[in-house]
Ligand binder design. Structure first.
Ligand code: PLP
Length: 258
């Protein structure tokens, strides 16, 4: 059985973070493992508290995994602070040989900050060069590229800028645009590929980014090439949003349905 690892934050509501990652990996038939970097106290209405784990805990969690059951692919999500990013970067650089999907999680669906301001440039400097693919949404891509993104031409330009920061591949997720289709743009350094799906109107989008990057990670672990992994992951997240659109879980932004 193929093994995948998520290094991310816990979401007590079960909608996003580590919990969404593990649900996705299980649904896609890979063995999901987790390194918890921070614990959020959270429901569908918002985040009330964040506690980061010690770097010793994070380093020993990652070492325990690489000493015994190294992943076939891995992803990172909420890493929260400079210290955590440095610890993760050092150990991945030394030990990881598998495709690494970096979801540059910055802000929760509810608006809470999941990455400290002073950690953003650090994430770019230390982790982007280790990443096989970086998966920003539009607000994250705007912050990273320093440009306003309002049309496809802007998306293509931002892809280039983010790729130039050191990642091997970039996908900018178009979910935050308000078109009928949700179009994501994958850039591999040579070509731009547009991957589209129907836009589903629902309040249940809490954890969509986590689910998508975990699905890409799972399909890479299963041996698919990048373009196919992204296409299948897009189908998975779109189905999960459709099947979760009418669910009543909490009174705020609820989860997708795995
Ligand atoms: N990671 C954690 C721990 C979170 O709580 C959240 C959002 O609440 C996210 C990541 C990002 O969520 P999304 O997948 O909705 O972008």
């Amino acid at each position: 059985m193929k093994k995948t690892l998520t290094i991310a934050g816990s979401d007590s509501s079960g909608c996003a973070g580590i919990q969404a990652d593990i649900k996705t990996m299980g649904a896609l038939g890979v063995f999901g493992m987790s390194v918890i970097a921070a614990v959020t106290s959270q429901n569908t209405l918002g985040v009330t508290y964040i506690e980061e784990l010690s770097t010793k805990s994070i380093i020993t969690q990652i070492e325990a995994i690489y000493d015994d059951l190294a992943p076939d692919a891995l992803k990172s999500g909420m890493l929260f602070s400079k210290d955590i990013i440095e610890a993760v970067a050092d150990i991945l650089k030394a030990r990881n040989k598998s495709p690494y999907v970096l979801d540059p999680v910055m802000v929760a669906t509810s608006g809470a900050k999941l990455l400290k301001d002073d950690a953003i440039s650090y994430m770019v400097e230390k982790l982007f060069p280790l990443a096989y693919i970086v998966t920003p949404n539009i607000p994250e891509a705007e912050l990273l590229s320093g440009m306003k993104i309002e049309c496809q031409e802007h998306v293509d330009k931002a892809c280039r800028k983010i790729k130039d920061m050191g990642a091997q591949n970039v996908i900018i997720k178009g979910g935050h645009f308000n078109d009928k289709e949700s179009v994501d743009t994958l850039f591999d350094g040579e070509n731009h590929y547009e991957i589209s799906a129907v836009r589903v109107i629902t309040k249940n989008t809490h954890g969509t980014g986590c689910t998508y990057s975990s699905a890409i990670c799972s399909y890479l672990a299963l041996g698919f090439n990048l373009l196919d992994a992204v296409k299948y992951a897009k189908q998975y997240i779109t189905s999960a949003i459709i099947y979760g659109a009418e669910m009543n879980i909490g009174s705020g932004s609820g989860p997708v349905n795995h």
